[in-house]
Design a protein. Structure first.
Length: 305
C-alpha cells in the first residue's frame, strides 16, 4: 500500500506516518514545512503547498490511498477559499486522474455547529453558522460536499471522518495549556457542568484508516470517530494529577458559566455507524484510553515552562 499523507508535518501526520511505515506501507509525506528532526526515516518527503497544482499532480503518481489532513485553520474566508478549498480540489482532481483507490478526508466535528441532540450522529444538521468559528466550519463542510460529489460524479472512492480532538503520545490545545497553567498556580480549576468532548486516540485513527482501505462499504460514507468521552471535570482532575497540583476542581452549572464558550457544549459523538458498518472497535478499553490520555497530558505539561 502506497499512501500520500497531506499535512504530514503536523502531530497527527507524523504519528500516522510512523505507524504505517511500521506496518510495511510506503508513505509519501506532503507538507509545506518539514518538521523539526525531519520526517520519519523511510518516508518520502514532498515539500509543497496543496495549492501548488503541478506539485500535487506529481505527488499523486503511484498512490493507492490519500489521507488528507492538511488545513490552514485560518479564520479568513479568502484564505480558506484560495488555499484550503482550492488545494482540496487539486487533490481530488489528481486522485481521480491517477485512479487512486481511495481518498480519505479528515473533517471535524466543528461542522455540526452546535449540538442539538446527544449523542451527535452523522445525520445531525450541519449548523455551521452556529459554530464558534463559522468560516472554518463552513469551509470544512464545503470540502466534505466536494469530496462526496467527486465520489458520485467522478467515481472516486472516498470517505469522510469527523472527530473532535485527537491525541497520541502527545496532545495540544490552547485550552488544555491554560488549564495546566492554572493548576500549576494552585488556583481552582473552574469547569462547566455538564460539558465535555469525545477524544480520539491516533491509534484508533490508524486502525480506522486500515479498515476503510480494505472495505468497499466505506466508499461515499461519513463516519464519526471517538475513543473516549471525557467531561471537563474529568479532564481537570487528570490535569491536577499530571501536574501534582494542589488545585481543586470547581464545577459551574452551564446556566452560570461565563468562561470560554468552547468549553460549554457536550461534544459526545455517536460511533454506532462505524461500529455497525466497518466493525470498528477501539484498540483501547476505557481504562487504557484514560491512561493514554493522562500520559498525553503529562507530555503536554512537560512542554510548558
Amino acid at each position: 500500500m502506497q499512501v500520500l499523507i497531506t499535512g504530514a508535518a503536523g502531530s497527527i501526520g507524523r504519528y500516522l506516518t510512523g505507524k504505517f511505515l511500521n506496518d510495511g506501507w510506503q508513505v509519501r509525506c506532503l507538507d509545506k514545512v518539514v518538521p523539526e528532526g525531519g520526517f520519519p526515516q523511510g518516508a518520502e518527503a514532498v515539500v509543497c503547498s496543496i495549492e501548488d497544482r503541478d506539485a500535487v499532480d506529481r505527488a499523486m503518481e503511484g498512490i493507492d490511498l490519500v489521507l488528507h489532513l492538511a488545513w490552514s485553520f485560518s479564520d479568513d474566508p479568502l484564505t480558506l477559499l484560495t488555499t484550503d478549498l482550492a488545494g482540496h480540489l487539486y487533490l481530488l482532481e489528481a486522485a481521480h486522474a491517477n485512479s487512486t483507490k481511495h481518498f480519505i478526508y479528515t473533517s471535524s466535528a466543528v461542522v455540526y455547529g452546535k449540538p442539538l441532540q446527544l449523542p451527535i450522529a452523522e445525520d445531525h444538521p450541519l449548523l455551521v453558522h452556529h459554530s464558534r468559528k463559522p468560516f472554518y466550519a463552513a469551509a470544512k463542510a464545503a470540502a466534505e460536499g466536494l469530496t462526496l460529489a467527486y465520489g458520485r460524479e467522478r467515481g472516486l472512492s472516498c470517505t469522510i471522518l469527523r472527530f473532535w480532538w485527537a491525541f497520541g503520545q502527545e496532545i495540544g490545545g490552547r485550552h488544555l495549556r491554560e488549564m495546566i497553567a492554572t493548576a500549576r498556580s494552585g488556583r481552582p480549576l473552574a469547569v462547566p457542568d455538564p460539558a465535555g468532548g469525545s477524544f480520539v486516540h491516533m491509534d484508533d485513527l490508524a486502525h480506522v484508516i486500515k479498515l476503510i482501505s480494505s472495505n468497499e462499504r466505506a466508499s461515499g460514507q461519513v463516519y464519526n470517530l471517538s475513543t473516549i468521552y471525557l467531561t471537563w471535570r474529568e479532564v481537570a482532575e487528570d490535569i491536577i494529577q499530571a501536574t501534582s497540583s494542589q488545585s481543586r476542581v470547581e464545577t459551574v452549572p452551564l446556566s452560570d458559566w461565563r468562561g470560554s464558550a468552547f468549553l460549554r457544549d457536550q461534544w459526545r459523538l455517536s460511533i454506532q455507524k462505524i461500529k455497525e458498518e466497518l466493525g470498528f472497535s477501539s484498540v483501547y478499553d476505557d481504562t487504557g484510553a484514560r491512561n493514554a490520555f493522562r500520559e498525553a497530558l503529562e507530555w503536554c505539561a512537560s512542554q510548558i515552562s
